[in-house]
Design a protein around this ligand. Structure first.
Ligand code: GLN
Length: 548
């Protein structure tokens, strides 16, 4: 079969869950035996979101090939069987960069380079590139219809249907249908306006997804169909759900996948959603509850820890328990007494990844509490580095030990700036200068060899694992002897033995720090082994608390 194309746009307001809708459509297509891939267009000028503040933009998701991408790619991977790469996320900046590079090279032979056709052609070529042997390419356009910066993308997808043929491309538009309590009515006007806007630039949606808090009655659907010029059964209720993993099931019940394959004229096997039913059942009928403290910086914005929150939920699913998240701003942990007070209810503690000086000592206090009070602990990337620092200072007697990131003059740089590193192709790269600059991060999947016996081995039960990285600083091997003699173990290393990837502590029920980000690879149908093991240990901690 030649590839078919689905385009997803959003209207009325942002944050309606376009990413989740796209991911769920992918899941539904897979449930019918089709293969899918995704493309997310982000209409901002940054070449990638790597340099953007997660406070504004949410988490930076990292792919196997080391691309720093929009967090929606995380949803796409969690909902389907795809492994994404740098080609699956594309910003305005990346498009212009490519066109300007071609212009400088003389590729346009002196022609005037314009938004139409050059920018739109570059956008379309990014879509076509993905059509390689896959049944359906799902393209999500970031932002909301009506935004100035989204226009070239919308124009490109308008043209795309003409190029690809009517039966090969489909437009799905996500809007909001608010319920106004004072009027006791669902309002369709915002949807009408948003579709009008889309049609004014030449795009007639085939299917409208209506985000709402209740199922749309037939009359409301009929009204939207009439005003927006779509079939009545192409108006789909995208109802709020208890868990995000219910979205594919709700869409299916509304007939979305049936309508898509009808419109695209594809013959498929009947859908099998048993995987999703099992996942939702597991989430909705937990037998136990466990409280996990997440000690971080952007804790008030769960968007910045999207994959982490999902991975914790998956860890809960693996243990038939639900998670009570306890978000703690590390800056509020100003003393050991604060840590005692704020962490007393935590059955397990996570210190996630992060950059910058803010709240570092508070995170170290939380780690100190976890170590000394024997509370299960998972340190991710920065969390691992800080657990090495805490141990160096308070157990190994290396006073004022630190990471060169935070104290370049520290007498004991247990975490340091390596002057060389190996890239994903195992080539030796030199890091220039003392100041970390762009392009100096270790990014993407790297192999790691586990040793046994260890908590890591117990979790993964295999020798070689591949996990994703996003950091500049590394464990300093100069201190490995001192630290291991004091009771730290190194249970995961790079294949050449040069890089420490996992540390653990003896005399503790479950304490593990990893230099990589396991959360990026956790799936609802395959919870990540480290999260599953960490939640299990936290659950045992609850039990020991209640029995003692
Ligand atoms: N800031 C640390 C580093 O660059 C950790 C990064 C992270 O947690 N992702 O090494």
């Amino acid at each position: 079969m030649r590839s078919k194309f689905i385009f997803i746009t959003g209207g009325v307001v942002s944050s309606l869950g376009k990413g989740l809708a796209s991911a769920s459509i992918g899941a539904l297509m897979e449930s019918r035996g089709l293969t899918v891939t995704f493309l997310k267009f982000d209409p901002y000028i940054n070449v990638d979101p790597g340099t953007m503040n997660p406070f504004q933009h949410g988490e930076v998701f990292v792919t196997d090939d080391g691309a720093e991408t929009d967090l929606d790619l995380g949803h796409y991977e969690r909902y389907t069987h795809v492994t994404l790469s740098k080609d699956n996320n594309c910003t305005t900046g990346k498009i212009y960069n490519a066109v300007i590079t071609k212009e400088r090279r003389g590729d346009y032979l002196g022609g005037t380079v314009q938004v139409i056709p050059h920018i739109t052609e570059e956008i379309k070529s990014n879509i076509r590139k993905l059509a390689n042997g896959v049944d359906i390419v799902i393209t999500e356009i970031g932002g909301t219809v009506g935004d100035i910066e989204g226009l070239p993308f919308l124009e490109a997808i308008r043209q795309f249907k003409l190029d690809a043929g009517r039966e090969n491309a489909l437009y799905i538009h996500l809007t909001l249908v608010p319920y106004i309590p004072t009027a006791g009515e669902l309002k369709t006007k915002p949807t009408q306006h948003s579709v009008k806007e889309l049609r004014s630039i030449g795009i007639q949606p085939d299917i409208i997804l209506c985000r709402t808090d209740r199922f749309l009655p037939k009359e409301v659907k009929a009204k939207i169909a009439l005003f927006c010029n779509v079939d009545e059964d192409a108006v789909i209720t995208a109802k709020d759900v208890d868990t995000i993993y219910e979205v594919p099931i709700v869409f299916h019940k509304e007939g979305l996948d049936e309508k898509i394959v009808e419109k695209l004229n594809i013959w498929t096997k009947s859908p099998d959603l048993s995987d999703w039913e099992t996942i939702v059942d597991k989430i909705k009928s937990p037998k136990k509850t466990v409280t996990i403290a997440i000690v971080g910086k952007y804790v008030d914005l769960t968007e910045s820890y999207k994959s982490l929150n999902e991975a914790i939920t998956h860890g809960g699913m693996a243990n038939d328990c639900q998670i009570r998240h306890l978000y703690i701003d590390s800056e509020s942990l100003e003393s050991d007494a604060d840590a005692e007070e704020k962490l007393k209810d935590a059955d397990g503690i996570i210190v996630p990844g992060g950059f910058g000086n803010r709240g570092i000592e508070g995170k170290i206090r939380a780690i100190h509490y976890a170590r000394t009070r024997k509370v299960p602990f998972l340190g991710i990337c920065l969390g691992m580095q800080l657990s090495v620092i805490e141990f160096a200072r308070n157990v190994a007697g290396l006073e004022n030990a630190h990471s060169e990131e935070f104290d370049p003059q520290t007498p004991y740089p247990v975490i340091y700036w390596m002057s060389y590193w190996r890239d994903q192709e195992n080539q030796l790269q030199k890091r220039e200068g003392a100041v970390p600059m762009g392009g100096t991060m270790r990014l993407g999947a790297y192999p790691c060899i586990l040793s046994q016996p260890s908590l890591a081995w117990d979790a993964y039960k295999q020798e070689t694992i591949h996990e994703r990285h996003r950091h500049r600083y590394e464990f300093n091997n100069k201190f490995i002897g001192t630290l291991t003699q004091s009771g730290m173990t190194v249970s995961g290393k790079s294949p050449d033995g040069e890089l420490v990837e996992i540390i653990e502590l003896k005399d503790h029920p479950w304490f593990l720090g990893c230099q990589f980000h396991p959360e990026f690879k956790s799936l609802p149908r395959a919870p990540h082994p480290l999260f599953a093991a960490f939640i299990k240990a936290s659950l045992e901690n609850t039990r020991s608390k209640t029995t003692s």
